[in-house]
Design a protein around this ligand. Structure first.
Ligand SMILES: [Zn+2]
Ligand SMILES: [Zn+2]
Length: 335
């Protein structure tokens, strides 16, 4: 006798059938939903954008912003310097020539020292540094420590930089304007770059004020026109040209850079004279200084008699330290 075959053979089979039926239903409902969904309106797009806003600056972005800031300043001052010199002193070729020499000299100084800071990248600490100073030793030498990121033993005063992702010899700080760490070998370029930026910006501010003063005389109330928001309305009412308005904006920028450059130069020269890095100064740890200020300067700039020449052209110098071996002068208070 032929047996009757039931469509459902077991409870497991029944469960699978129900599950498949549900999945078909779900696929149909998703397809319907997709057909019915309209493209987002502009308001919805803005709303989504606002909800997902993220103003945190990423590690790579902050370097890009810093480098763009420096070159924006350099290019704008260089071009504007030429335009203003022609406008102010175009009829006097001696004055024009002298100012052009000053512009090119200050631009050259900041240019080469930016590249000096950026390109002199020999401060990196790798396994070869330990092998050179402590050949064949497997343990971490006294005073050194093992960097967990680089997996190498690094000498005193060297630290890991999270932006450069490497350990840097006598690390001072990470400079965002040059996208590089300021360490043992490039600190002198950084200082001269800061000094050159003082007179670059002072010179630019002088030309801007001289030009603006011809059309908007500096007076007790006239000075208000030198503030960008006031200048903007003066331009709207036709009392100021766009170029004059641009100059008031740029004046604000160059004066800000002038004072910032003074601060950086003063702070880092102070640290160099006292034989400290920025990190050590925050910890009030002055233990690696030489006995005299002049020796601390020689540790960064090499022979003192060549320092004036370093303002004109970058060249290799013999610093009195090697960046690895440091004599401890005195113990930290309390340690
Ligand atoms: Zn490291
Ligand atoms: Zn760095």
């Amino acid at each position: 006798m032929e047996t009757c075959k039931l469509p459902v053979q077991s409870s497991e089979h029944l469960f699978r059938l129900i599950r498949d039926l549900f999945s078909v239903y779900r696929c149909n409902s998703v397809a319907m939903e997709l057909r019915e969904r309209k493209p987002p309106t502009l308001k919805e797009k803005f709303s989504d954008h606002y909800k997902n806003r993220d103003f945190t600056v990423k590690k790579t972005q902050i370097n890009t912003i810093g480098v763009a800031f420096f070159w924006g300043m350099w290019i704008s001052i260089f071009i504007e310097g030429h335009i203003l010199t022609f406008q102010l002193y175009g009829d006097n070729w001696i004055k024009t020539g002298v100012i052009f020499v000053l512009i090119w000299f200050s631009a050259w100084q900041s240019f080469i020292n930016w590249f000096g800071t950026y390109l002199v990248d020999v401060s990196k600490v790798d396994a070869a540094v330990k092998e050179k100073h402590h050949p064949g030793i497997l343990e971490t030498p006294a005073g050194w420590y093992n960097c967990p990121n680089c997996q190498v033993d690094v000498p005193p005063r060297s630290f890991h930089c999270k932006y450069c992702n490497k350990c840097v010899l006598k690390r001072d700080h990470h400079c965002f304007f040059t996208n590089s760490c300021i360490g043992f070998y490039n600190e002198r370029f950084f200082i001269i770059m800061c000094i050159s930026l003082i007179w670059c910006n002072a010179f630019a501010s002088f030309l801007q004020v001289t030009y603006l003063n011809q059309t908007i005389p500096l007076s007790l109330f006239g000075i208000l026109n030198y503030f960008a928001p006031v200048a903007f309305f003066q331009m709207l009412f036709g009392n100021m040209t766009f170029f004059q308005f641009f100059l008031t904006l740029h004046l604000f920028f160059t004066v800000g850079c002038f004072f910032s450059a003074i601060f950086f130069t003063y702070y880092h020269l102070f640290l160099i004279c006292y034989g400290m890095t920025s990190f050590e100064s925050t910890k009030k740890m002055n233990i690696y200084s030489h006995d005299t200020v002049l020796d601390n300067l020689r540790s960064v700039f090499g022979a003192l008699r060549w320092i004036p020449l370093q303002f004109i052209f970058p060249f290799r110098v013999d610093q009195i330290d090697d960046g690895v071996n440091w004599n401890i002068r005195k113990r930290v208070k309390g340690n």
